[in-house]
Every structure is written in C-alpha cells, then in structure tokens.
Design a protein. Structure first.
Lengths: 322, 378
C-alpha cells in the first residue's frame, strides 16, 4: 500500500492570527496542500507567540507579505480578527473562523482560556469547592483549529464561494453539550467528587488512581467492564460484594474507592498496561509528557512525529493508504 | 463532480467518536446511513437510560446522548455476524462514498470486510477507521474509550492543581471530539481527492495520537509558559471568572482594582496584585467583574455554568429544537461543521431499513422480507 497525500494540488492562503487558524493551515499542509501564510497583525503581536510554537505552526508553509490576495488560491482560511485585510476574493472561497471577542492579547494564547471558560468546559473541571481548571496547554484553540480545517474542506466540497463564517466557540461548546444532557440526566455532578468524575455518567469506576509508580486511569462503561477490571486487578472480591457499578457511582464511590485503592497501589503502571492489553480491560497508565516524548513511535509503521533539529513534534495522527 | 448533498455515507460507528463523524457528514448535507444491529447494540442507544425501565421496549430510543450524536441520519439494521450480511454490506459499499467505523482494531478484517475487500467492491471508496492505537501498532488491542486515549497521550497529566497529582476527568472536551474532528478533516480530505481522481483511500486514525496532536504547545517547553491565567472567585455560589495576564496587563489590572502599579520586580509584585484582585472580586457579581476588567483592557471571561446557563456556550449560541417521535422535543447546539442536513432527529432503530435497501440497491419487498426472515436485517 502506497502512501497518499490527500490534498496534493490544493492551494491554500492562510490569513492568520492566534493559534487556531495557523494550526488548521498546518494540518492542511501535512495532508499535502500548498499553504501560503500571510501574517497581517502587527509585528509586536506576531512576536508574542513563542518562537518555537510559531515555528512549529508555520513549518513548511510559504510566507507571503503585504495585503493578502486571494487570486490563485482554491481556499482562503482566515481568522475573523484578520479577514478584513484580505483583498478582493473574486469568487474564491474564504473560510473565516470567528473567535470570541477578547479585550486584548491578539497572539492567541488567551483564546484557549476564554474558549474553555465560556464553552462550559472550565466550570466542569476541578474539584468541588476549589477553583475550576481550564483545558490545559491551549488545547481548546488547537481543537478549534482542527474543526476549522474540516469545516473549510466541507465548504470546498459543497462548492461554496465567498465568505463563510464559523464559530470557534461552537467547536468546544457543542462537544460539551453532547455530554451535558447525559450528566444532568444521570444526576452525577460534573465537578470531581471522589471517583464520581465528569465522564462517568453514573457508572463506576471512571477516574485516576495512584499506583505503585505513578497513576492509572480506570474506566467502566458497563457492569461487565467493572467486573472485568476488578478481576484483572485482583479485586474480584470487591466487585462481588459491590456488583452494581451504577449504585456505586450514585452512593458508594468513596466506600468502594477505599477498598480498591490499596489493591491498585501495589501494582505498577507496566503491570496494569500489560493487564489491559492481555484482558481487554479499561485500565491504563497515566502518561506524562516525558513518557509521551519517549514513545519511539506511538504506533508502528507510522510517521507521526516530525523530527526537528533538536526535538520532535506531533504530526498527523493517521496513516493514509490507497 | 458530486457535491456534499450527493454523497452517501455508511456509518458503522458506535459509542461517540465514529457517530460524531457521521453526524458531521449529515450536518454537511450527505446522506448518512447508520448501520447497526440489535445483536450488538450501540451502547450509546442506552447511554444514561440504562436503568430507566419505564421506557419499556422504547428504551433504545430514549438516550439523549445518542440523539445528539446521530441527528440527521437514517438507520439500517444489519447483523454483520450473519454469514449472508456481508453480501448486503458490500452491495451498499458499491453505492457509498465514505465508510466510517470505530470498532476495535481488526474487527472489519475478522468480519471479512477489511480494506482490501472494501476497495475491491468500490475503488473510489474512502474508508475511515478510528481506534485507540491504530490498526497495526503496538497498542492496537487497547479499547478506545476516552480516558484511555487521554491518559496514554499525556493529556490527563496536565489536568491538575499546581504541585498536586493529576486529577483528570477532562475527556468530554478533548477525547472523542478531538478524535472525531481529526476524522472529519481526514475523511473530507479523502473525499476531495476521490472527487478529483476517482481514487479511494484508507485512513487509519489513532485516538492516542489525535490527543497528542493537539499537545504541541505543551511538548514545546518554551510555549508551556504562556501568559499567566488567574481564576477569581466572585460573588454567588460557585461563580468564577478567568483572567489571562499577558505582557503589560498587570498594570491594567492593578488600575482596575485600585492596586498600586507594579514596580520593576514584577515577579515579586504579581502575587500581591493577584491577592488584591481576589479581594476586590470576591463579593462582586460575576458579570460586573468581567465588564470592569474588560473595560480596563484585561483579557477576561466568565466561567459559564453548564447546569443553569442554557447549557454549553451560555446564551451566546442559539440552540435548535428537534422533535423525536418517542421522547418529544429537545434542544441542541448546532454542529460546528454546519447545519445543512442535521435537522432531523436521530433515527429509530432500523427505521429506514426497507427504504435504504430500496433506494440504494433497488431491492424489492419480497427480497427485503426474505432477508428479514433470515435474521440478516436484525
């Protein structure tokens, strides 16, 4: 099977600001498009993005200058804060990402905190009674960029032309909304309270536990999952005495946690991963970024990492063959 | 060339990540057929209503989560484990432009409908597989539930208070939605190419890699220290605002709350400033704090409450209503990929089986009845 560049022949003009649109441009380029980036904000704003991040986002793009001109391009992707700088479009497709209005900081590092807060994600993260936590590491803006790249390709496939606006806020809020009904319906709080975490939707366990050399994540999505996890970890006695993961989530999470924790604390992360792979149970180590960077390749036969001079950066998370 | 409205999609997805890709295609205007079986029901058909016995036989039509992820689709019941179902599926594949699946890695091969077989049936087909670790890699046997991907990718280790262990639980915003977003992007790119060249493609997408894919800023250490984020408790129960302090914004913040301007040693003074801001904000209404700080030039946002502010996005996004034949009216936020064809409610299980077989395959009623009687359409 040969490798395939899906967007070979597509010419994209990127009128950037912040993180999301440049990240969309980066993904289009990695899929084979020819991307020309024209920075339109003032130099001071451009410089606010750390050089390494700017270099990662712009790697492989041509750099244009002056007023962005859409002629000669199949697709223009633009940040709503910069799109007015685009010249005549003459029937070209201009896909515009509107970010929530910010008081300042046009460098985009603030976009993520704002998106996370007003989408409802921040309120749902953290412990009850303590300050909420934002989606970390600007991931809300990166995720908005991936959605925007798809959005722009969708417009292209629909044969659209002219300006089309999409909402960065909607990207995050619609995902939170997909879960919100379920959580509110099940009566389980969003904010973390014991193991009754956001995401559990009323089934135990769902959360992070200390183990012998770090932390592990346990996830059950059914009664069968709960009993499988317990058996694989050597806690079959616990699941026999507490057989109903729905009831545990509602009222017994702390009690069962107290029995489960000492058992998990005797196991190493490697032992738990081996168990997960062997028995198909949902129990995996919580990796930190050093672990992730040490992955030789996340998945064999893939070329996920871009190798830079001194470091390596994430690439596309998929392999294409024909 | 076909446009989105002409495209036909076979959605073999279940749970969240796969169905969300199909929902995006429906929202963009494609005809999306969810292929499902009562012999192994999509768990999300029961998500959140597992113990609600009052639904009786309609329980599998009652899940709000399922409804949100499957709007705008049709449903075709097909038991892929039946030996004669394979022929029906491949006939549908001949008519399709995109096939989506997120079973455990290798499942399509085990069912005899792996990529080589699909490509043989339709050389211009784009097929998208979503899994935790890809179809062939070292973690191919891991099941792709949200917390598996975010934990393995390093994301959960970042959800923590300073100097405390990872807290986790942020998967609703990043795991399946992120995997789906990459999947939508890749599938549309594949469809763009197929429309131009007539050539299909197989896209093997890893959920773990998808999460790492948006951690570029964290993996670039220089970028990890961006502008400081300060969370302020304000008046009311569990009410908060988030400020983001970039270069030069400390003085704007100091002016807004009546704190003395920061001196040369800003690092040392910042702590005192933040304490002043906390004292200033703690009894003020949330929105008044936001307005005052924004007017002073500080980047600030209210922490909106999903539980009582019209759901995610607060009132700033328009919700749409849809009427489901079993559960009645509900509201949802539109798809971020558009809302051309997503206005119909999620389908009843198998509710479109005869219509799809007639429309796509010109099958007559007698043949449809024979397949149903044989347990293939189940």
């Amino acid at each position: 099977m040969g490798k395939v560049s899906l967007l070979e022949g597509l010419r994209v003009l990127e009128v950037g600001a912040g993180i999301a649109v440049p990240f969309a441009g980066r993904n289009l380029r990695l899929m084979g498009a020819e991307v020309c980036r024209v920075p339109v904000l003032d130099e001071q704003a451009e410089d606010r993005l750390p050089a390494a991040l700017r270099g990662w986002l712009d790697d492989g793009k041509r750099k244009g200058a002056g007023r962005p001109d859409a002629s000669g391009f199949d697709l223009v992707i633009a940040d709503g804060r910069a799109v007015d700088a685009v010249g005549p479009v003459d029937g070209a497709l201009v896909s515009v990402l509107d970010m929530p209005p910010l008081a300042s900081l046009p460098d985009g590092l603030a976009d993520s905190a704002v998106l996370s807060a007003i989408a409802g994600a921040t309120w749902a993260m953290g412990e009850v009674g303590r300050p909420p936590l934002s989606m970390p590491a600007h991931t809300a803006a990166f995720l908005a960029g991936v959605v925007f790249a798809g959005n722009s390709l969708g417009l292209l496939l629909r044969g659209e032309s002219g300006r089309h606006h999409s909402s960065g806020l909607l990207s995050i809020a619609s995902f939170v909304d997909q879960n919100s009904t379920s959580y509110l319906h099940s009566g389980i709080g969003w904010r973390r309270e014991g193991r009754r975490a956001a995401g559990s939707a009323g089934i135990y366990p769902y959360g992070i536990y200390d183990c012998a050399d770090g932390q592990v994540a346990l996830i059950a999505r059914s009664k069968r999952d709960w009993h499988g996890i317990a058996a694989a970890l050597g806690a079959g006695d616990v699941s026999r005495r507490y057989p109903d993961p729905f009831e545990i989530a509602q009222s017994l999470a702390d009690v069962v946690d107290a029995e489960l924790r000492p058992i998990i604390q005797r196991l190493s992360r490697a032992e738990i991963l081996e168990t997960a792979e062997r028995d198909g149970v949902l129990a995996v180590p919580v990796a930190d970024l050093d672990d992730v960077e040490s992955y030789n390749n996340l998945v064999d036969e893939r070329e996920f990492w871009d190798f830079g001079a001194e470091s390596r950066f994430p690439g596309l998370p998929f392999l294409v063959s024909a | 060339m076909k446009t989105m409205n002409d495209l036909r999609v076979l959605d073999l997805g279940w749970v969240w990540a796969g169905p969300l890709v199909g929902a995006a295609m429906a929202a963009l205007g494609a005809e999306v057929v969810k292929v499902e079986s009562a012999t192994r029901l999509d768990p999300y058909r029961l998500r959140g209503v597992e113990r609600e016995e009052h639904w009786g036989e309609n329980k599998r039509e009652a899940s709000p989560s399922f409804h949100k992820l499957n709007r705008g689709k049709k449903s075709l019941a097909l038991n892929l484990k039946h030996p004669d179902a394979r022929g029906v599926l491949l006939a549908l594949v001949e008519q399709a432009d995109l096939l989506i699946e997120n079973y455990s890695a290798g499942t399509l091969d085990r069912l005899g409908i792996g990529w080589e077989v699909l490509r043989g049936a339709n050389p211009s087909l784009v097929a998208l597989s979503l899994s935790a670790g890809g179809q062939r890699g070292r973690w191919k046997d891991l099941r792709a539930y949200a917390l598996v991907t975010t934990a393995m990718a390093g994301y959960e280790s970042l959800v923590r208070y300073p100097d405390e262990p990872a807290l986790g639980g942020a998967t609703f915003g990043i795991a399946d939605p992120n995997i789906s977003s990459y999947g939508v992007m890749a599938a549309l790119a594949g469809l763009w190419r197929a429309q131009r060249t007539g050539q299909g493609a197989y896209i093997d997408l890893s959920g773990i890699e998808s999460v790492v894919g948006v951690l570029g800023a964290a993996l670039l250490e220089e970028s990890a220290s961006g502008p400081a984020e300060v969370v302020l408790q304000v008046g009311g129960d569990d009410e908060w605002v988030v400020c983001v302090l970039g270069a030069g914004q400390e003085d704007a913040l100091a002016a807004a709350v009546g704190h003395v301007p920061l001196g040369e040693s800003r690092g040392a003074d910042r702590g005192a400033l933040v304490e002043s801001v906390r004292a200033w904000a703690k009894d003020r209404p949330r929105d008044a704090v936001v307005v005052a700080l924004a007017d002073a030039g500080v980047t600030v946002a209210p922490v909106l409450r999903v539980d009582r502010e019209h759901g995610a996005g607060g009132g700033s996004l328009s919700r749409k209503k849809v009427v489901h034949p079993i559960t009645g009216e509900s509201s949802f936020l539109p798809s971020p990929w558009g809302e051309i064809g997503g206005g119909h409610p999620a389908p009843l299980f198998g509710g479109d089986t005869p219509a799809v077989l007639r429309d796509w395959l010109d099958m007559d009623d007698g043949e449809i009845r024979r397949l149903a009687d044989a347990g293939i359409l189940a």
